[in-house]
Write a protein that binds this ligand. Structure first.
Ligand code: BYC
Ligand code: FE
Ligand code: FE
Length: 474
């Protein structure tokens, strides 16, 4: 399982034994590099960045740290070790050996799942492209770049599957991954959240907390797949994903911490005074939570989905930690509570668990988000600040599913269009809030210095102090 770094494309899939595939991927590689130069982190080509690179897929110590110029990062194909005698754990094929090739009847849905997943990865790099110009510290800049190179690698993970298992269609899909762009009017990215802007670092920290966490749950569901190469590649991606969510959780924590400290110092909770002091008032943090949470909750799809039921029955996409769940893993008889709007009110109905697997994954996701908010709130409590952050209702600000087109307040009331318009400035960031947050975004790149709106991290990366020179500009 060791990674071959002598090949042009580092891999642990024996690429040099399959010349055709190797050539196909090597001819995609320059297009990828062109995309990275055009759409990747702005102006970063010559920086030496203290990055980690995978050297093994063993659970302990897969990472190697060192200075790398990002275009020289060794993007490659790394699959988790195969589980011996792995069998499909859910759906109609439960108990059968997993597939090493794509079953003909599932080719189209599998391709679609892989394309949808793959499309999000370069999209996030595009969304974050300009953030390096306004980083609050070198430590934060380095983490941004680490995430960007890893999202690039996640694209490689999906492109490998397309090239290796889907023939000509797969190669065409791999090209299209570099042709769609986040927010492009003509050729947008596939899913809604990946066409939104990430205009500042507060948005980015919220994105890595909420949207990368959707990634965790989607990848975990795909890691259950009966198509073994997909499962193995997702399992390795999940080990990288943990750092992205760490950046989000500790990042928002540091924002909250800094604001809380200034609130205590000044003895005030007045947003205007806090803004004069250069920190982000907690009502504004709450509005950003409302925005990024609602956009991410949409990524789980419709509450009732025949697509999702078909993926499950076919053994293509399971539930979170499927094999640890205690039921028949077929769901033909089971029910699951699903939210819907009935007679102008939000109701919960017991519906077929099979059609509700999207909703079930969303439930798992929501619980995980709440754990993060609880930690932020404990920090506020420790500072003696009364304000508490909350997740809005799952139907707030939705565009996909049962609440699409219905106006719902953060506390879960169906409201009229007039009420929505009257109150939306208290619920979602206004242009003025955005302008204020943007005004704080000043580039700080001296080791040991940090912008005033965020607290320094508790510790650095790879045992280094937080004021280590994580990025060298040339
Ligand atoms: N935006 O039956 P439904 C990550 C469409 S994040 C636009 O619910 P299904 C990352 C849907 O395509 C993880 N359209 O659909 C994070 C369908 O279209 P058709 C990404 C949407 O198939 C940060 C229709 O609505 N991974 O990795 O169950 C940084 C009916 O809906 C949306 C995946 O998503 C939307 N939000 O879709 C970097 C995993 N939602 O059939 C990376 C792969 C639904 O009417 N994808 N539609 O034309 C899937 O598993 C599923 O396709 C979905 C749900 C979860 C997206
Ligand atoms: Fe990713
Ligand atoms: Fe990620």
């Amino acid at each position: 399982m060791s990674i071959n770094y002598t090949d042009r494309i580092p891999n642990n899939v024996g690429l040099s034994d399959n010349r055709r595939l190797q050539r196909a991927l090597e001819s995609w590689q320059p297009n990828y590099m062109k995309w990275w130069h055009e759409m990747g982190p702005d102006g970063s080509t010559d920086y030496d960045v203290y990055l980690r690179t995978a050297i093994s897929v063993e659970t302990d110590g897969w990472a190697n740290f060192g200075y790398v110029k990002m275009p020289e990062y060794r993007w490659g194909i790394f699959l988790a070790k195969p589980e011996t005698e792995r069998v499909i754990s859910f759906g109609d094929h439960r108990g059968e050996p997993v597939w090493q090739e794509v079953p003909g009847e599932y080719r189209a849905p599998l391709r679609r799942l892989i394309v949808t997943q793959g499309d999000t990865e370069p999209a996030s790099v595009e969304q974050q492209r300009r953030l390096g110009l306004t980083c609050p510290s070198l430590y934060d800049l380095r983490n941004l770049f680490q995430i960007n190179v890893e999202e690039g690698r996640h694209l490689w993970a999906m492109v490998y599957l397309l090239h290796a298992y889907f023939g000509r269609d797969g190669r065409e899909e791999a090209e299209a991954m570099l042709e769609r762009h986040s927010g492009d009017a003509d050729r947008p990215r596939i899913l809604g959240a990946f066409n939104e802007a990430t205009p500042n670092w507060l948005s980015y920290l919220m994105f890595t907390f909420f949207t990368d966490r959707d990634g965790k749950y989607q990848l975990a569901a795909l890691a259950e797949s009966g198509f073994d190469p997909l499962s193995r590649t997702c399992r390795f991606m999940l080990t990288e994903e943990a750092h992205h969510m760490f950046v989000g959780e500790t990042g928002v924590m540091r924002v909250v911490q800094r604001t809380g400290e200034v609130m205590r110092e000044l003895g005030t909770d007045e947003p205007e005074r806090l803004r004069v002091a250069g920190v982000i008032d907690l009502p504004t943090v709450q509005k950003y939570i409302n925005l990024h949470y609602s956009v991410s909750v949409d990524l789980f799809g419709q509450e009732v989905s025949t697509n999702a039921a078909n993926y499950f029955t076919a053994g293509l996409k399971g539930r979170y930690l499927e094999s640890r769940l205690d039921d028949d893993h077929r769901l033909t008889e089971d029910l699951w509570p699903v939210y819907a709007v009935r007679d102008g009110q939000i109701a919960v109905e017991e519906l077929s668990a099979l059609s509700a697997v999207n909703e079930r994954l969303r439930d798992d996701y929501i619980k995980d988000c709440q754990r993060g908010l609880d930690r932020w709130n404990r920090a506020l409590e420790a500072l003696g600040v009364d304000f508490r952050l909350e997740l809005p209702h799952r139907f707030f600000n939705r565009r996909i599913g049962n609440a699409a087109g219905v106006r719902v307040s953060p506390d879960g009331r169906v409201v009229s269009e007039e009420e929505w318009q009257a109150d939306v400035s208290r619920w979602l960031p206004t242009d003025e809030d955005m302008a204020y947050v943007n005004s704080l975004m000043q580039r700080v790149i001296e080791p040991g210095r940090i912008a005033g709106w965020i607290a320094p991290p508790v510790r650095g990366i790879d045992g280094k102090p937080w004021d280590f020179e994580y990025v060298r500009f040339n």
